[in-house]
Design a binder for this molecule. Structure first.
Ligand SMILES: [Zn+2]
Length: 363
């Protein structure tokens, strides 16, 4: 845990940008050398276990009109295949997701979706695992919190993003619901190299069916982007039931798109390994001690007469958090299952800032 929590706050609000950045899936352990938040708390993906992560209430999905007359744009970004999904009235986003329970509480606007996958049928491609079980691929539907107006602004806030993950398992059995191919087979040759893109007009109703199935039962936890700069601003929902994806679709991902302009390096294994679980009580206790010591440092700086407005503001907020942490019942230390226990505490929060601080440390 190399990154102090207060530095994280400063990063999120003042200096973090998400955009094209140099990083390599062969060196995920070195991401933190250039992107400090990748070495910080609350990193994703994680191994999902029912004992640690609460299943939340089913959210409401509100789809735009004109789905039957939609359009999809595929792009090879060099890291993934990204899709923008647009209904007939293209001024509107495809959908809004409204969630009523933490840690996914809020109204979110759909931005884009993309895939993570492996190199061969023998290698897994999902980023999350359910228990020890991985799948062939994982789709991420990325939403931003509507209150922040745009994806770009949302990534600076702790509750900025929601990502719905769907685990995908290759299958040749036609008698089941398949993840829709969305016309990828028609233009995959245009996606061979980074920057390659194509558009396809098609009915987006199958996406509606897919998402309704995906949100029936899901794991939720607070985590991060799984690519640098790894902002810990993501409310994750991961569908508890893996979905089937056609063998042809998987073979196209594994064998027909490249990560370099010369077409030498297949774009495969674009997944970050699961990250250490920072939600254990042991960790929470460690962080608790850390909070107290940092708070003491901040207050000392204030006593010295440091008049930096940021420092003063942080010290004041931190003092409140410290009092909250010290007052019984101790919110973090008493947990048996940190994820759900802390979520329960958040529901009875007395101060917004206090809740944010505790979540930042442990949930
Ligand atoms: Zn992703």
């Amino acid at each position: 845990m190399g990154l102090p929590w207060w530095l994280l706050l400063v990063y999120l609000r003042h200096s973090v940008k998400v955009g094209p950045s140099a990083f390599n899936y062969n060196e995920t352990t070195h991401w933190k050398d250039h992107f400090p938040m990748c070495g910080g708390p609350m990193q994703s993906p994680v191994s999902l276990t029912a004992t640690r992560l609460a299943l939340s209430r089913t959210p409401t999905l509100k789809f735009a009109d004109g789905l039957e007359d939609g359009e999809v744009e595929f792009v090879n970004t060099g890291r993934e295949i990204k899709l923008k999904l647009m209904p007939k009235n293209r001024k509107l986003p495809l959908l809004h997701l409204i969630s009523y329970s933490k840690p996914t509480l809020g109204i979110y606007t759909f931005a884009q979706m993309h895939f993570h996958w492996g190199a061969t049928p023998e290698e897994h491609g999902s980023e999350h695992s359910i228990g020890d079980k991985y799948t062939d691929a994982e789709a991420h539907f990325v939403f931003f919190n509507t209150r922040y107006g745009s994806f770009k602004d949302a990534v600076r806030h702790f509750d900025g993003l929601l990502v719905l993950g769907v685990m995908l398992e290759g299958s040749e059995n036609k008698n089941q619901f398949f993840f829709p191919t969305l016309g990828m087979e028609k233009g995959v040759q245009h996606l061979a190299v980074p920057g390659g893109k194509f558009r396809e007009k098609l009915d987006l109703s199958p996406v509606q069916d897919l998402l309704k199935r995906a949100v029936r039962r899901f794991y939720s936890y607070h985590g991060s982007l799984t690519t640098p700069p790894c902002n810990p601003v993501v409310s994750w929902m991961v569908s508890a039931n893996p979905m089937a994806i056609s063998g042809d679709f998987l073979r196209a991902l594994r064998g027909r798109v490249f990560e370099d302009d010369d077409g030498n390096q297949l774009l495969v294994n674009n997944r970050r390994p699961v990250q250490p679980d920072t939600r254990s009580c042991h960790h929470a206790a460690h962080q608790h001690r850390r909070v107290v010591s940092v708070l003491a440092g901040l207050r000392a700086a204030q006593r010295r007469g440091d008049r930096s407005p940021r420092l003063g503001e942080m010290a004041e907020s931190a003092g409140r958090a410290e009092r909250a942490l010290r007052s019984p019942p101790a919110p973090v230390l008493s947990c048996r299952r940190a994820g759900s226990a802390v979520t329960a505490r958040l529901k009875s929060k007395r101060q917004t800032y206090r809740a944010g601080m505790i979540r930042l440390q442990s949930c």
